[in-house]
Design a protein around this ligand. Structure first.
Ligand SMILES: Cc1cc2nc3c(=O)[nH]c(=O)nc-3n(C[C@H](O)[C@H](O)[C@H](O)COP(=O)(O)OP(=O)(O)OC[C@H]3O[C@@H](n4cnc5c(N)ncnc54)[C@H](O)[C@@H]3O)c2cc1C
Length: 471
């Protein structure tokens, strides 16, 4: 006897229930577009997850975002009453960089820049010439080459390299600014210089939407998972389908049919649009109809692996933590990428007088660490905190480890080829949209922006279809 299949019909099926999928589903539902979101794990949120324990509120994935697109405050406006954006305290403006056994603040003004031991005298003087240097002409120039050309080796080693570790856990010699840091790339291309571009932008007249792009660090009051719950509540639990396995997609006359298993039962969903928000490493099974060569090109996308060790101290007895955190340049040959101090700039993350820290390890700089057992990695993190933050008796009351194999996609030399294949798939299979952090940015703000743009494009396409059908 044939097994019963639960058959559903919808207009949009979203694969993956992380931030990208949730934001897309939220905006589509708000526009009354019939939508379902299919998530493999038993909860939505993807890498975003907040825990509460013994007076600590901590994140196992991302800790903070940056208000780098207007879509971020606009989303929080929509979620008013369910979750509230928490701007980071002023202390978050101070970033520390490790050099020769000590922390030094990353200069935030000209006077600090002159006095800092982070950069060489030659590069400090050379920066005066930055506005007059020729603009780059190779769109595939690496970040390392771009920074060396415009700012000098010491700026690469003690500003850009640690900054890139903090965002991409990546390697500046392999990342391509046009894709990895498009705003920085545009400064040089549009204004001929980073400095001239930054000054011009400061004085440019901004529209109301642009004014909301403050570049402030943000979290959510009570933790980032509050954003996940708010998006889920607004979208409607019945549209957020978790615990989905064996998902695969087939093109059919009305669009696409998705087959999967949920609660041991077969599920089939007929839909006009499919939005994928997952990494290309899932595509072989999700989209078996895609051409093998195309799949191979999409699968060239490399990811940095990250390990996050969270530590909570009920009573902090180490150095003053009045900063966002500290980053460690590759040149310094340390075991860790950096340490974030969330309780210094976010409210109620640790008991009064205590501290919450997140130590990051791994990345492109030290991929081998990922294969070590948990206790060895924790030992490295504790040793780093003890010596670098001057904690004599380093016995954190809270100690957790989280591993992410495919943590951050790296936008490298293969990006143009991958984007071309993605465009080709979109034109060959109308209604299939390959999105997520494989393109258009890795930060939470980029994910929020992409979700809105995806939803808008689907709403426009559905309206167009309706007009054509009425004719
Ligand atoms: C450790 C870490 C720290 C970070 N720190 C920051 C930070 O400080 N600031 C910042 O802005 N960004 C940070 N990021 C990046 C940012 O968190 C992510 O880019 C963003 O949250 C990704 O959201 P997403 O929805 O695109 O992907 P994900 O969150 O990865 O969600 C994808 C979802 O798809 C599901 N899925 C996968 N395969 C299938 C399948 N076959 N069927 C159904 N479902 C499937 C997964 O279970 C997952 O829930 C960090 C990322 C990591 C990993």
């Amino acid at each position: 006897m044939e097994k019963a299949v639960d058959l559903k019909k919808t207009e949009v099926a979203i694969i993956g229930g992380g931030l990208t999928g949730l934001v897309t589903a939220f905006w589509l539902t708000r526009e009354d577009v019939d939508t379902v979101m299919l998530e493999k794990s038993c909860r939505p949120g993807g890498v975003i997850r907040t825990f509460r324990e013994n007076g600590f509120v901590y994140e196992s994935g991302p800790n903070t975002g940056v208000i780098s697109h207007p879509e971020v405050p606009e989303l929080f406006d929509e979620l008013e009453g369910l979750c509230e954006l928490e701007p980071a305290d002023e202390k978050a403006k101070k970033r520390l960089i490790w050099k020769n056994g000590a922390w030094h603040p990353l200069p935030s003004g000209p006077l600090e820049a002159i006095n800092t031991p982070l950069f060489s005298t030659r590069d400090k003087l050379g920066i005066l010439l930055e506005p007059f240097r020729k603009k780059g002409s190779d769109p595939l120039e690496s970040l390392e080459d771009m920074v060396k050309r415009r700012l000098g080796q010491s700026f690469l080693d003690y500003a850009v390299d640690p900054f890139i570790s903090g965002i991409y856990a990546g390697d500046p010699s392999r990342l391509i600014p046009k894709f990895a840091l498009p705003k920085l790339y545009a400064l040089e291309q549009n204004y001929g210089s980073f400095i001239r571009g930054a000054i011009a932008k400061k004085f440019e007249k901004k529209g109301e939407r642009e004014k909301r792009v403050t570049r402030e660090v943000f979290s959510v009051i009570g933790g980032l998972e509050k954003l996940v719950s708010a998006l889920e509540a607004k979208t409607g639990n019945e549209r957020v389908m978790t615990g989905i396995s064996d998902l695969s997609v087939t093109p059919c006359s009305e669009g696409y049919q998705l087959r999967a298993i949920r609660d041991g039962a077969d599920l089939a969903i007929n839909t006009k649009f499919v939005v994928s928000t997952v990494g290309p490493y899932e595509f072989d099974t999700l989209f078996p109809f895609l051409n093998r060569n195309q799949l191979a090109i999409l699968n060239k996308l490399e990811y940095a692996s990250i390990i996050q060790v969270v530590m909570g101290f009920k009573k902090w007895q180490g150095m003053n933590l009045n900063a966002f955190g500290g980053l460690v340049p590759g040149k310094e040959k340390m075991e860790i990428l950096g340490i974030l101090f969330p309780s210094s700039f976010l409210r109620n993350r640790a008991p009064e007088g205590g501290a919450l820290l997140s130590v990051f390890l791994g990345g492109f700089r030290n991929p081998g660490i990922f294969s070590l057992p948990d206790d060895e990695i924790i030992e490295k993190a504790v040793t780093a905190v003890k010596s670098m933050l001057q904690v004599e008796n380093c016995n954190p009351g809270l100690l957790k480890i989280y591993r992410y194999k495919n943590a951050i996609p790296q936008y490298m030399h293969d990006t143009p080829e991958r984007l071309a294949v993605t465009d080709h798939v979109h034109s060959s299979y109308p209604g299939l949209l390959l999105a997520g952090n494989m393109r258009e940015g890795i930060g939470m703000a980029d994910r929020i922006r992409q979700g809105k743009i995806l939803a808008d494009s689907i709403v426009a396409a559905l309206q167009q279809q309706l007009i054509l059908e009425k004719r």
